[in-house]
Design a protein around this ligand. Structure first.
Ligand code: SF4
Length: 291
């Protein structure tokens, strides 16, 4: 496979064929994200010829993998006709692949209609991952996410309306100590309005090559301590309206794992967070946390 730069995929795509169709992230401005910050890394959509070679490789060597993930940061930036052609090529040459997944940012989702998402669904796109990070507008603005909470709601609803599984990530700690409570309350509100199929909670890790990491080093940003982070998780979970979704805080950045379904597992999750708040849960050591 012609992999270039960092290849990042959601935890639930661990067993997928990773087909890199773009390099980097077209937005690449989020202050906390160091995924595609190498100085020589420019965003581009890969040539059809290279992608075709990788599909041919997968046809020969990836016959046991039933799902496929289109990397990198925002494959939905590929124009609709070209993306549909690519999905059809995957369906033809890798007929055992049951689901195509991709990361999509809010602005690229809003450029497409429900009908266009329905077309993508028919062409095999079964899972879209969108980074919300926070539902609190001042935080979204501060981290330069490029979209407002209302736009996130509209984008999320559009994907759901087309019947595509929507996974949304949010980031504990991203509001710092100052906006911690508003962050968790507004994030719960936005998620309740979208009603995604899956909520994935990550915990902010401050990276040296990011603006937020530098702000923290200069004491301009204060990450909540563990108790503060667990409180955020508790508020987020307690404030969510009742709707059915998968809830996962099983990312390598988290101090402990929650993985189950809402609303069924909510009480058990809250009890576990309360245990963590009293120090009764084994926490992942700092050195084992990663992104
Ligand atoms: S968080 Fe996502 S949208 Fe923001 S820079 Fe990183 S990859 Fe791009």
């Amino acid at each position: 496979m012609h992999y270039q730069g960092n290849i990042i995929r959601p935890p639930s795509e661990a067993n997928s064929i990773i087909l890199q169709v773009t390099v980097g992230c077209a937005h690449n401005r989020c202050t906390f994200c160091g995924a595609y910050r190498a100085p020589d890394q420019k965003f581009y959509i890969k040539e059809d010829r290279i992608i075709a070679e990788d599909i041919a490789f997968a046809a020969q060597y990836c016959r046991r993998q039933k799902t496929l993930f289109l990397a990198d940061g925002d494959a939905l930036i590929i124009p609709q006709r070209r993306l549909l052609a690519l999905c059809h090529q995957i369906q033809t040459e890798l007929p055992w692949v049951r689901r195509i997944g991709l990361y999509a940012n809010c602005r690229d989702i809003l450029k497409r209609s429900v009908l266009e998402f329905t077309e993508l669904k028919k062409a095999g796109v079964g899972r879209i991952y969108m980074g919300l990070e926070s539902g609190h507008d001042p935080i979204l603005q501060a981290i330069r996410k490029g979209s407002t909470a209302d736009e996130m709601i509209a984008a999320g609803r559009r994907v759901r309306e087309a019947g595509i599984f929507l996974s949304i990530t949010c980031l504990l700690g991203i509001g710092g100590r100052e906006l911690s409570q508003q962050h968790s309350e507004d994030t719960a509100e936005v998620l309740s309005k979208i009603r995604p199929s899956q909520i994935a909670v990550l915990t902010l890790m401050l990276l040296e090559n990011t603006e937020l990491g530098k702000a923290a080093a200069e004491k301009d940003f204060h990450l909540p301590d563990q108790v503060g982070l667990f409180r955020e998780l508790r508020i987020l979970l307690a404030d969510l309206e009742d709707f059915r979704c998968q809830f996962q805080a099983n990312h390598a950045s988290n101090y402990f794992t929650l993985d189950g379904r809402l609303p069924k597992d909510r009480d058990a999750f809250l009890a576990r967070i309360d245990q963590a708040l009293t120090g009764a849960v084994f926490l992942k050591p700092e050195r084992l946390r990663s992104l």
